[in-house]
Design a protein. Structure first.
Length: 115
């Protein structure tokens, strides 16, 4: 995991194994423990497809863990193939981005602009 400071926020860029189950969120949190990280950014391709199908509950479980531990969370990359098929996901992404605790952004430049 690479940690950088962007606009005063310490951002951990996750580069580990694919996120396929709720326990993977614990591994990410554990890897950042004590590093005073504000935001965890994960490439969209690091998530299994089930993460983007809200009915599986995977996204909710992962994002709830991040929030419980006080992290902002950013998914970076193109998820349009999922939002095109799921109005629920599209609404979830919109609301998440509006609130800002969880962000779904196309790339690092968009993350830098939001921080």
């Amino acid at each position: 995991m690479v940690i950088e400071t962007i606009n005063g926020q310490r951002v951990a860029f996750y580069d580990g194994e694919p996120i396929a189950k709720e326990m993977d969120a614990n591994d990410i949190i554990g890897a950042t423990y004590g590093l005073e990280v504000d935001v965890i950014a994960v490439p969209a391709q690091k998530f299994v497809d089930d993460f983007f199908w809200l009915s599986t509950g995977l996204a909710g479980a992962v994002l709830q863990k991040m929030q419980q531990y006080g992290f902002r969370f950013a998914v970076l990359g193109d998820i349009s193939r999922f939002t095109a098929e799921s109005p629920s996901l599209r609404d979830f992404v919109y609301e998440s981005n509006r609130r800002g605790q969880t962000l779904f952004l196309p790339d690092r430049a968009a993350l830098e602009a939001r921080l």
